[in-house]
Unconditional design. Structure first.
Ligand code: APR
Ligand code: PHB
Length: 390
């Protein structure tokens, strides 16, 4: 087999890259470890920056997004029961975010890819990257028990944090930066109307909670839990009780309790691998970086990486220019680190840290009071939340 660009991973990063390359006539093959159904079953993030919406429009997959997505002009921060709305639209000259589940983005990209007849190899085992430091990289994998080899010009490692791509880079060629947080998020998806029409990020003595949504009839809620918690110990009743105890009274009163259709605990970490290019291998999305979900940046960073990478590969094939390829890592990392900072800062502001001293707890409150009473403070939050320019 041969293609121009081999893409490892059929998550949002891989699928979006494949769609943008295919629309420019650049041949690509996606190699995915899991089945398509499994990829679609993963419940993930749900807030799209305006830049990502534009990327999906460029990819020709934004029709359902515009029909079903919820455009939000703001969101609220709550601290010990006091609520402050961040007026995204007013503070950023009209920018907004769109609430639309990652599952839906993945579905729309999968349908589009099937529609153009591009090749995705699902349930590929034992994927191995070869010779990406030379001019003839290859990817081999086992499909239906047969090892197959795919020759290509470039490899895009879009295989997430636990993928094979980053691990294929020689240890001395990569530097990793990491912060693991001393808590996780217990998330629940339920077919009940949202407690508020915009997102509410709440910080309380008992810990952090988030009220989000997928539609007017489907809510997504999270509560901070310690790392030794087991999801089996959290009945729906216990979850909703804890959620309401952490919310401002009016929001808590508006919570509709209903059976969870998904419930899971996710750890929180900040992680960046530098650089993101190794010869003819490029890392993009979670393969190269992870953010705590507090800033809703994970999916959006995958999109901005793909903005830079797709542009670089298109320039290579269309304009015979390798300037984009040579600067991909530097340009992607400049934006990644700013999103890492914002996500780390939002996490530090809103969560209960076991090791925090009373002084540090006062700093959290003072930070909230500053934002709530300062247009400049709120604008700083707003410009990062809607997404910094690509
Ligand atoms: N070979 C092939 N595919 C692999 C391998 C492998 N060795 N390892 C992982 N994969 C696949 C996974 O099954 C997954 O479908 O790569 C894909 C990576 O997708 P994501 O983890 O969703 O990463 P990305 O596309 O970068 O999207 C980032 O997804 O995890 C969320 O919070 C994250 O919202 C962010 C977004
Ligand atoms: C979600 O809806 O899943 C969501 C929204 C905002 C976040 C994190 C998760 O910051």
């Amino acid at each position: 087999m041969r293609t121009q660009v081999a893409i490892i991973g059929a998550g949002p990063a891989g699928l979006l890259l494949g769609q943008l390359l295919s629309r420019q006539g650049i041949d690509n093959v996606i190699i995915e470890r899991k089945s398509g159904d499994y990829v679609l079953s993963r419940i993930r993030a749900g807030v799209l920056e305006q830049g990502m919406v534009q990327m999906l429009e460029e990819a020709g997959v934004a029709e359902r997004l515009h029909r079903e997505g919820l455009v939000h002009d703001g969101f609220s921060l709550a601290f010990d029961g006091r609520r402050h709305r961040i007026d995204l639209k007013g503070l950023t000259g009209g920018k907004t975010v769109t609430v639309y589940g990652q599952t839906e983005v993945t579905h729309d990209l999968m349908v589009a890819r099937e529609g153009i007849g591009a090749t995705t190899i699902y349930e590929a085992d034992d994927v191995v990257l070869h010779d990406f430091d030379g001019a003839s990289p290859r990817v081999s994998f086992v499909k239906d028990g047969v090892r197959t080899e795919l020759a290509c010009d470039f490899i895009a490692g879009c295989d997430g944090f636990h993928g094979v791509s980053r691990r294929s880079v020689p240890e001395g060629a990569i530097q990793e930066f990491e912060r693991v947080y001393p808590f996780g998020w217990l998330g629940v998806l339920a077919d009940v109307p949202p407690a508020a029409h915009e997102l509410v990020y709440a910080s309380a003595e008992r810990g952090f909670a988030l009220c989000s949504m997928r539609s007017a009839t489907r809510s997504r809620y999270y509560v901070q839990v310690s790392l030794d918690e087991e999801v089996e110990d959290w009945s729906d009743e216990r979850f909703f009780d804890e959620l309401r105890r952490r919310l401002p009274e009016d929001v808590a009163a508006a919570v509709t309790v209903g059976p969870s259709i998904e419930k899971s605990i996710a750890p929180l970490r900040s992680f960046v691998a530098e650089p993101m290019r190794f010869g003819r291998l490029f890392l993009a999305g979670d393969a190269a970086h992870i953010v705590p979900p507090t800033g809703a940046k994970g999916l959006n960073l995958a999109a901005s990486d793909i903005h830079y990478l797709s542009q670089s590969l298109i320039e290579h094939y269309r304009d015979r220019s390798d300037t984009g390829i040579a600067t991909y890592s530097q340009r992607a990392l400049a934006r990644i680190w700013k999103a890492e900072r914002f996500s780390w800062w939002m996490t530090g502001l809103l969560h209960k840290f076991p090791a925090n001293t009373p002084f540090e707890q006062r700093m959290q409150r003072a930070e909230f009071d500053h934002i709530a009473n300062s247009t400049v403070g709120s604008a700083g939050v707003a410009e990062n939340y809607v997404g910094l320019p690509y």
